[in-house]
Design a binder for this molecule. Sequence first.
Ligand code: CP
Ligand code: NVA
Length: 308
Amino acid sequence: MNHFLDIHKTDPAALRSMIDHAGAMKSARADRPKGAPDDEQPLAGRMVALIFEKPSTRTRVSFDVGVRQMGGQTMVLSGADMQLGHGETIADTARVMSRYVDLIMIRTFDESVLSEMAEYADVPVINGLTDRTHPCQIMADVMTYEEHRGPIAGKHVVWTGDGNNVCASFLHAAGKFGFDLTFTGPPQLDPEEEFVGLARQQGSRVTIERDPAKAVAGADLVVADTWVSMHDAQSARERRHNMLRAYQVNAALMAQAKPDALFMHCLPAHRGEEVTSEVMDGPQSVIFDEAENRLHAQKAVMRWCLGL
Ligand code: CP
Ligand code: NVA
């Protein structure tokens, strides 16, 4: 049994095999209706709990569909409707859930909830986003990059804006998959030093460049995310927008990157804020492939967790 808690906590060979497996599973069911079963049904007889303490479209739907395609059953639970939201400890919740289900995916606020769930559950636990990281997203992003451009190793990724949870998982992936990462954003929103250090220790070149045009020069991949994450105080919205406006990804900024550079965004996006519609809907954008690949990448993650 394996937990999938974070990319930096996962063996690089396992990460590579999950990405390759995801691609193979995707090709094997090409053109099939979404609700049609896969030829292999590794999750037959398995029950998967999907727990959400924050809103979600992609994570909720892609996990649910992925489990069903592999023959399993799901229950989608809102944290607020569980005793979890009313004072039952995470440890007790984990022990109880382990008696009912074979796998738990949780999206939560503080990562201590995720780690406590994993510590006390007898079944695998998957991180479906915390305030600090979003590993499933980056598995899909690596898969998407490689589908379009081949190996991501040695490539130059530029993260624009807020050094947030998705940026953190990109840094983890830089170390594990061997690509370089430049962060461009205001100093107040720099990514965590610990994660920058970790990527560097693993041989990845990580740079911080305040000038977005300089940062993007020569990029193979430009990435943006919302300027206000679900865990950020709404009262900070205006201040954050003022700090981040200069980092909007627009056609002029994309023109600084390599001509064949891709644009990614985990979505949901705020059109006209962190990225223009021109870029989102333009030829370099692969945002909907990224969203689709959440499904395929997470199917591989679930199979790895269950050893199937
Ligand atoms: N990218 C992502 O995780 O989207 P959702 O919040 O809709 O799940
Ligand atoms: N950084 C965003 C990602 C959403 C998928 C958030 O945490 O709200």
